[in-house]
Design a binder for this molecule. Structure first.
Ligand code: GDP
Length: 178
């Protein structure tokens, strides 16, 4: 069924190659042309039931899809439209972990007075031998930045459902425990 008015918009942020598209593809297969046009990139929507209550999530994977020249505008749009944010890094790529911190700071600047849910995600945990960022470092970073934290593997489909359910719970918590 088509969802005309998705209830919550969730924006994926993170360096190229960390697994944003893989994660959202596992979450939702539906991609709508008008949503793509409206958001200038990839938008996915799905209903999911969390704690017995149904919610519509629109997930935007548009962070790096921008054309040259439009980049800063598109990115500023991304930083303003989300009801929640998923900041992804790869546990096999320390640079992407540093970028995640930078993104958290940008987001805080863009949405100063707002208490927006942010989930920090360390993806690619299946690549055990290539790991450059420990789970403890991820947790510590999330604590400093006042985010939730989860490690995932899109390849093994590990913790992906939990990630999106967690996003819904975080949004609900801030909206008065609906
Ligand atoms: P994006 O640029 O952040 O959207 O990243 P993609 O989803 O396009 O993924 C980049 C590459 O990493 C692709 O080759 C994916 O197959 C791979 N990838 C994504 N998630 C995982 C994961 O959890 N484990 C492994 N081993 N590879 C992954």
């Amino acid at each position: 069924p088509r969802l005309r008015e998705p209830r919550y918009r969730v924006v994926l942020l993170g360096d190229p190659g960390v697994g944003k598209t893989s994660l959202v593809n596992l979450f939702a297969g539906v991609q709508e042309r008008d949503l793509l046009d409206q958001h200038g990139g990839a938008a996915y929507e799905r209903r999911l039931t969390v704690d017995g209550e149904e919610t519509a999530l629109l997930v935007l994977d548009t962070w790096e899809s921008e054309q040259r020249g439009e980049e800063s505008q598109r990115r500023s749009h991304c930083l303003h439209v989300g009801n929640a944010y998923i900041i992804v890094y790869s546990v096999t790529d320390r640079d992407s972990f540093e970028s995640a911190s930078e993104l958290r700071i940008q987001l805080r600047r863009a949405r100063q007075a707002e208490d927006i849910p942010i989930i920090l995600v360390g993806n690619k945990t299946d690549l055990v031998r290539c790991r450059e960022v420990s789970e403890e470092e991820g947790q510590a970073c999330a604590a400093v930045f006042d985010c939730k934290f989860i490690e995932t593997s899109a390849a093994l489909q590990h913790n992906v459902a939990e990630l999106f359910e967690g996003v819904v719970r975080q949004i609900r918590l801030r909206q008065g425990g609906r």
